[in-house]
Design a protein around this ligand. Structure first.
Ligand SMILES: Cc1ncc(COP(=O)(O)O)c(C=O)c1O
Length: 381
């Protein structure tokens, strides 16, 4: 067999990591020159920027005026943990998971909070039965499973008149998918994902019902300071107006503000969704026309448009994990795709980030390289 020759065109930007994700296409460090560096985040200049980050999030994501938005420590993990530790235990709990991040929340609730939750799990590539969820309980789920590339298709399975709260980890969904705010009581994400921001800060979004829970329920376990959203039974309003619990990075805040501006310039949320859809479509079409690769998602309606996860399906492959790693390594060595190996706990394969900061031309340029690396690795086996 002859090795296919190398494609002529390389992606302009080879960064297809699923987090931290590619920065906005117009990014340069000097865009951050207006950062309030060396100033107190509680001074007017710092507080104004934090407030702008909150209200910019509301504007771009279309979050209702009566929802609270806070910037919190420890990225998305911090935001999810503070929600679970502050609110769960008031009623029954359903934990849903179909990949490793969701599984992590299941484990924390069962082993750390020691709650007797109903656990609904599905294998990589699938979703649990959404029609079987008991919404008299609080329900914790991940909108887009970053490590399996499987997302819920919409919010239709969540009743408007639910009794429990929904707690949604939307870290690889926010800014790439429509999120039905009326169906979500707590929503979290981190800056390092779809807008290509910096890590360390998370966003938590609370519906009025979530605020009510916080103000009427005190969990039986101790809460560290960085999880506390109430004082004396009342919401600490400052957290949701730019007075963060502890000191934020004003450089990361500036970077997020710059990314929000870019998001506005490409048409806001709908523009971002269109970009992610177009990127993912390039890979979906490639899979449709190449028999040796397939989407990890079993059902097309649940395929992610951000973390596109792929598996190799060719009978000639002897060791699936080694093969996938070798393909990823080959592409990295050529400088055409960085960080596209499947997540460490996920089935062997590739994961190509398609969020809005990635240019469609770069995904298009990558596809012939995938073909090249696959054939080269088959020949090398
Ligand atoms: C679905 C999901 N949840 C949580 C996390 C953790 O995010 P962070 O490291 O920003 O806390 C990630 C990161 O990739 C994720 O994809």
């Amino acid at each position: 067999m002859t090795e296919t020759s190398q494609p002529a065109t390389r992606p302009g930007n080879p960064r297809f990591s699923s987090g931290p994700c590619a920065k906005i296409p117009t990014f340069t460090l000097d865009k951050l020159s207006d950062a309030a560096l060396g100033r107190s985040h509680r001074a007017a200049v710092g507080k104004t920027k934090l407030k702008d980050a909150i209200e910019g999030t509301r504007e771009v994501l279309g979050i209702p005026a009566d929802y609270k938005i806070g910037i919190v420590p420890a990225s998305d993990t911090g935001a999810v943990e503070m929600a679970m530790w502050s609110m769960l235990g008031a009623r029954g709990v359903t934990m849903m998971a179909w990949e490793s991040f969701g599984a992590g929340w299941v484990s924390d609730v069962a082993k750390q909070l020691k709650l007797d939750a109903t656990i609904m799990e599905a294998d990589y590539g699938q979703l649990p039965d959404l029609s079987a969820v008991d919404f008299t309980t609080d329900v914790v789920f991940t909108w887009n499973g970053t490590t399996s590339g499987v997302r819920v298709p919409n919010g239709d399975w969540i009743p408007a008149d639910r009794e429990g709260l929904t707690i949604c980890d939307a870290t690889s969904a926010a800014f790439a998918m429509d999120l039905p705010w009326d169906k979500l009581d707590v929503t979290t994400f981190s800056w390092q994902k779809v807008l290509g921001g910096e890590a360390a800060h998370g966003i938590i979004i609370l519906s009025p019902r979530a605020v009510e829970r916080l103000e009427t329920y005190t969990p039986p376990w101790p809460l560290p300071k960085i999880f506390r959203m109430t004082k004396g039974g009342k919401l600490i309003d400052g957290i949701f107006e730019g007075a963060t619990i502890n000191t934020p990075s004003m450089l990361a805040v500036e970077d997020y503000l710059v990314a929000l501006d870019w998001a506005r310039s490409v048409g806001g949320l709908q523009g971002l969704i269109k970009r992610a859809d177009a990127n993912a479509r390039v890979i979906w079409d490639f899979c449709d026309t190449h028999g040796w690769i397939a989407n990890l998602a079993d059902d097309d309606a649940t395929r992610s448009n951000t973390s596109v996860c792929l598996k190799f399906t060719d009978d000639r492959i002897k060791d699936g994990a080694a093969f996938a790693q070798a393909v990823a390594k080959r592409l990295e060595a050529e400088g055409v795709a960085l960080d596209i190996g499947a997540y460490r706990d996920a089935p062997a394969g590739l994961r190509i980030w398609c969020g809005g900061t990635v240019e469609t031309a770069d995904v298009e340029a990558l596809m012939p390289w995938l073909d090249w690396a696959f054939n080269a690795e088959i020949a090398a086996q």
